[in-house]
Structure formats: C-alpha cells, structure tokens
Design a protein around this ligand. Sequence first.
Ligand code: C2G
Length: 485
Amino acid sequence: MSKIAIIGTGTWGIALANMLSEKHCVKAWSAIPEEIEYIQKNHRHPKLKDAVISSSIQLSCDLSDTLDDVEIIVMAVPSIFVRETTRKIIPYLKPEHIIVDVAKGMEAQTLMTMSEIIYSEIQNQMDFEYGHIVALSGPTHAEEVSIGLPSTIVSASVDELIAQKVQDIFTSSFMRVYTNKDIKGVEVCGSMKNIIALAAGISHGLGYGDNAIAALVTRGIHEISRLGIAMGCSIHTFYGLAGLGDLVVTCTSQNSRNNQCGTYIGQGYEVNEAIKKVGMVVEGINALDAADLLSARYHVELPIIRAVYDVVKFGLEPQLSVQRLFQRKSKSEIPFSILELVHENREMKNQRGVKMKRVITYGTFDLLHYGHINLLRRAKALGDYLIVALSTDEFVKLQKHKECYFSYAERKSLLEAMRYVDLVIPEENWDQKKEDCQQYHIDVFVMGDDWEGQFDYLRDQGVEVVYLPRTPEISTSRIKKDLHE
Ligand code: C2G
C-alpha cells in the first residue's frame, strides 16, 4: 500500500486515481473547487461518463493536506501548467519523494520536456535527484482506464530502480507497466505524437479513409523517431508503447481530443472554434511551436508536423497542405541512419569470414581536436572497421555531469566526416560496452590510457582491450579554458 497524491483532477488524473485506489491510499487535488464539489457530490467526473469515482479517494483544494505524508506525487495538470504547479508543490517536497509526470508536452520557450521543467524548478530551491522524476506515458485513453479496460503504459526514468518502483505501484489487474530508461525519448514521443493525431483528425475531417490514417501513423512515427535519434534518444522507444503504441491509439480513436480537434479543423472550423468545440486542453496545439524549434535546432525535417503547423499557425487550407505533402520529392523508405546500421551489420557479417577486424571506442568528442583524432587514427590502425560509441547529450549531462558545446547530432556529423570512422552509435549509459561488443562482433576495444584498467573485464568475452597514450597537452576543457581567458 502506497500513499499517493494526484495533482490535477482532469480526466487522466481522476482515471489514474480510480485505478490506484484499488490498492493504494489516494488523495487528489484540484485548483478548481467546482471540479472537486462535482465529483464529491456525484461520484462521477463530468467528462468520464461511464466511470463511478471511488469514494475512497480523498479530494481537496488544499495542497498541504493533499501532499501531507505521501510517497508519490502524480503531476496530472495540462503541460502548460506544469511549471507553475511544480513551484506550488516545492514547499511540501522532500528529497525522497517520487514525482510521476503524466502531462505530455514540450515547452517552446526552453525546449524542455515535462520532467526537465519539473527538475529545473526544483533544482532552484533544493537538492533533488532527476532520477526521482518519472514520465508515465503510453496508449492509455482516460475513458478506458477509468472503467478498467486492459491497458499498457511505460514508466520511464534515468534511475531504473525508481522506474521499477513506479512500475510496481501502477501495475493493476488491468494495467501492465513496462520500464524504460530513455525518459527523453518517452517524453518526445508523448508530445510529438499529439501533433500527428491532429493530422489524423484533419484527414478524417477531410473525409479521407483508413489508408491515410495508416500512412500518418507509419510516417509519423518515422518522423518523430528521426527527431528523437538526433536528440540522442533510443530508436527502440519510438517503436514501443510510448511511441508507436500511443500514436496508434491517438490516431484511431475519437476519444482523442487531438483527433477530435483535427477533425473539426478538417471540416473547416477555425482553430480556436475547433478547440472550443472539443472543450478540453488540446496538447497537440501546444506542442507545435516546440516541434518547429526542435526541427530547426536538430536539422531534422518533419513534413507531417510542418504541414499541421502551416494549417494551425498560418491558416493554410488543409487540402493544400495535403497536396504539398504529396508533391514532395520521392524517396527511400529506410532513412540513411537506419540503413547504415542495417547495411553495416550485413557488411560486418559478410566480411566476418575474411577476418575483418572490428574496433570500438567510446567518448564525448566535444570540440573535436587533434588529441581525439590521434586516438581515432591509432584505433583504426588496429583493425579494418572502427565504430565510435558517442556519448548522447543526456548521458553527458546526467551521468558525466558535463555540458557539451556541440549537440549529439553535431558531434556525430563531425565524427562521420572523418576518414578513420566507419560507424557512429549512441553511448547512452556506462554499462552498454559488453552488449555492444557482442552485438557488433567487436575484436578490439580501445580507450585512451586515462581509462587504463577500467575495461579489462571485456577480455573475458574474447575482446582485445588496448589503452593508447593520450595526447597530453590538449583537451576539450583546456580549449574552453583558454578561449574563456
Ligand atoms: N583523448 C586522447 N587525448 C586527448 C583527449 C582525449 O587520447 N588529448 C582520448 C580519450 O582518452 C578518450 C577519447 O579521446 O579515449 C575521447 O575523449 P573524451 O571525449 O574526453 O571521452 P570521455 O569523456 O573520457 O568519455 O564510456 C567511456 C566514456 O564515454 C569516455
């Protein structure tokens, strides 16, 4: 039995409260007294017509009451209120609390995800582990969860143990929870898929059929995953429940507000009229500015998202926007980034017979300099094929506690331009080396001798481990220091 506070009594907050109240002690808070009174009086939520709200849920408008003596705080307010609501809960927050964010969105001004917003607000006031913030996201319509229909969801945190604790708490007779450490990927999915759902609604409103929906789901998840990979996320997240799963359920159901809103727009309603007719927050609209900025920052084309942006922000005729999509240059279905991995794996397998020696090395490679190049040149000379596992932005920030000047995408493109480097893959955590050496059939593992002895364990799986002398006088931090002076 856990003690849980739900902040926000919208449909999703109340659906979760209903589910959690089966096994746990649940309190729920709203800033709107009328919402609380309606639920207390009717044991129903105005927008969850089929659900009977459990009377064991303690409802209140008093934050100190709701947050008193709880372990889990569920942030269930719309994405645009997450920052201010976090400020409200900080006075009652303790380091041991776990915050579960269920709002899906990205903040355009900062390009922060919900967990990053929560973390940044708390960091200003007290020490708090980022790993204590969990993104809970997946194909879960509140209407269905509120009446106990079978559902699945993802509990994402950089701290696996915390993700598992939330997994245990939210697992119920009809809710199956999966963990995922790629919280950034889960949150990018959660916010961007709402825009594809708007597109699905517009398609529906234009009278198009299931073929168009299938195209939007398939190309939509591809679009979002390319953005996510450029942001250093794991592609597996995008083809999982928080990505493809949530996109399917949002694009194919009239329960989805984004779908409903898009349908009205496709039928010719003005955007604001369409939002008013839906009568609830349409997160896809709120996510458009962030999506546009992310596309520019990471140099990733997002054609469907761009088409929705033009309709919603510039009032472009929906039909015209669809025509533009269909007039785009024809292309291969497998984008280069995935092709390279598929192709390289095939190459490696084909060449294995002729003893193609494969070498791998790991690093941040920020402000690429001749010390790095000396290392990469000597590493390549030890074999025929060099893979560089490049630290993602997330890994650098949260595990190496450093800030990179260049983003993952920029550092990756610099390395890929180098003659010694054959393939660049993401380094997402300290512990992937063993698995990487297996997956990529590695013969030689190379690191600078500042890491002497740290990776000898790889010898147990038949990998030759080589530490090469560093180039002593140069380093990224030295460059930054000298430039600063
Ligand atoms: N290097 C070097 N000479 C320098 C600077 C770096 O030989 N003057 C080597 C390092 O020893 C390392 C590689 O270049 O092998 C990449 O350096 P960094 O980007 O600083 O890598 P680091 O941050 O140490 O990350 O899991 C392993 C980590 O990802 C390594």
